[in-house]
Design a protein around this ligand. Structure first.
Ligand code: AHM
Ligand code: MG
Length: 297
């Protein structure tokens, strides 16, 4: 079954947005060879953008604006939420056009992350209509969730996304993907990681959120980019990275947290907000929440 057929039971506007993004993703997947290297610009976080970051961002924004399917669009590469008053819908999207782009130069997997809302995007993740990500790896895959299961498609040689796995659920597994430097771990996080290591969890971390969380979705365990000394709010962006990926894993039977509370209950105060991230199995998420609770009494 292809993506279009699979989406046919869903709201027409949401279906069309996902299909439109899948078409742009096809173009992005064909653009890696000719757009290696850095651009001469930086984003709102002061990070130097890659040529692909800038290109993918422009491509997605112009396509979605022209589609008339989106009213509000927040991109990780843009300082403000864009508004398209002529839109025929009231959909709001969050977009990380190319996440993990520091890995482009070494040919490791990167991804596009999208959150879909009705209206304003500065909302907690539990108000999402759905979310999706595209993983550009040996295969280009697209994973979407509209609160009726998590489904995965792979792009075939004709550029059609065909069903790979329906109703993906997170298995039990002993993989951990720990971001940040060990020397900067805060005490509760250190205790969490030590517990996982004592239990025989195997480290698997590439530095690409989409690839690392995708692995956890299929193999079980936990991905984390915690608060750390010098950055107590963490590194990852709540709106663009943490919420959509946390939503998909939660809908697949896992959970997401900032170490204290459900990540999907956090209301973003601004588009640039960062958050400590734990995404994975319920058991692992309960463990970090319990460790934090014990240490606060
Ligand atoms: P980016 O949005 O600039 O690509 O940064 C986000 C990436 C995530 O994909 C990944 O989890 C994290 O940054 C990796 O950070 P580090 O290089 O510190 O391990
Ligand atoms: Mg990113």
């Amino acid at each position: 079954m292809n993506l279009e057929t699979h989406l046919s039971r869903h709201d027409e506007d949401v279906k069309n947005v996902i299909l439109r993004i899948s078409e742009v993703a096809k173009t992005i997947s064909g653009g890696f060879a000719s757009r290696q290297g850095a651009s001469d610009s930086s984003n709102v976080y002061g990070e130097r953008q890659s040529a692909l970051d800038v290109w993918a961002d422009e491509l997605l924004i112009s396509d979605l604006r022209d589609s008339g399917l989106v009213r509000y669009l927040a991109s990780e590469e843009q300082p403000d939420v864009l508004t398209f008053p002529d839109s025929a819908t009231d959909l709001g999207l969050t977009l990380d056009p190319l996440d993990g782009s520091s890995l482009i130069g070494v040919n490791l997997s990167v991804g596009t992350i999208v959150g879909i809302y009705r209206g304003n995007v500065l909302c907690p993740g539990n108000e999402l209509l759905g979310a999706m990500y595209v993983l550009y790896g040996p295969l280009t895959t697209l994973t979407y969730c509209l609160k009726e299961g998590v489904h995965e498609f792979a792009m075939d040689k004709k550029g059609v996304f065909v069903l790979l796995k329906e109703n993906v659920t997170l298995p039990d597994g002993k993989i951990y993907g720990p971001g940040a430097l060990r020397r900067d771990y805060l005490p509760a996080h250190r205790a969490f990681i030590e517990t996982l290591e004592e239990e025989g969890y195997k480290l698997r971390y590439s530095g690409s959120l989409v690839a690392d969380v995708h692995q956890i979705l299929h193999k079980g365990g936990v991905f984390t980019y915690p608060a750390f000394a010098g950055n107590e709010r963490g590194k990852l962006r709540l709106l663009f990275e943490a919420i959509p990926m946390g939503f998909i894993v939660s809908q697949a039977g896992g959970a997401a947290s900032d170490g204290h509370r459900d990540l999907l209950s956090i209301k973003p105060e601004g588009v640039c907000q960062r958050v400590p991230v734990y995404i994975g199995g319920k058991r692992e998420i309960d463990l970090i929440v319990d460790i934090n609770k014990e240490r606060s009494v």
